[in-house]
Ligand binder design. Sequence first.
Ligand SMILES: NC(=O)c1ccc[n+]([C@@H]2O[C@H](COP(=O)([O-])OP(=O)(O)OC[C@H]3O[C@@H](n4cnc5c(N)ncnc54)[C@H](OP(=O)(O)O)[C@@H]3O)[C@@H](O)[C@H]2O)c1
Length: 155
Amino acid sequence: MRLNAGAHLDLTHAFARRLADRGRGGIVLVSALGASAGIPNMAHEAGSKAYVDALGTALHHELGPVGVRVLVMRPGNVDTPIIEAFGLDRGDLPLRPISAAAAVRETLGALARGRVVHVPDRRMRLLARLLPTALAVRVNGRMLGRAAAARAAAA
Ligand SMILES: NC(=O)c1ccc[n+]([C@@H]2O[C@H](COP(=O)([O-])OP(=O)(O)OC[C@H]3O[C@@H](n4cnc5c(N)ncnc54)[C@H](OP(=O)(O)O)[C@@H]3O)[C@@H](O)[C@H]2O)c1
């Protein structure tokens, strides 16, 4: 909670005040796709990301009028070391991950357009729109459960 929620709050608090005094600027908070619905086998982390989601969405509306743009990035499919860290099998992923550079480029574009939330990767946005929430929760939970079991077996 200190890292995933507290650090986001502290950093936002520190920078938002300065940006608001200046009358312009942007803040991107990183949450996670599906976090607000809950992610089995990642229950605590998903909860902390849901906090970031709510914090960023509220601040988008609070700070917009003073010239500060706030956007919540909800990654779900970005190629970073986190895939290996979670023990996920790349073959298990529903889509080939996009590069971190592409995700950042897209996200900064969305920030410049004044969007409140951005899910990197057009295919992921489509999937998120088409997949019923209850099914997405089960699919994510199964994938992370398999990864946790593989990590435990390897330990
Ligand atoms: N990649 C995705 O598809 C995806 C999906 C959902 C959510 N996210 C979220 O996106 C954010 C960025 O992750 P990423 O994908 O870029 O993974 P990443 O490349 O593994 O980056 C994670 C970063 O967090 C730092 N970190 C980890 N534990 C820390 C701690 N206790 N104190 C301070 N720093 C710590 C790591 O620092 P070190 O390198 O020094 O360890 C690393 O720089 C994370 O919040 C992640 O949950 C990513």
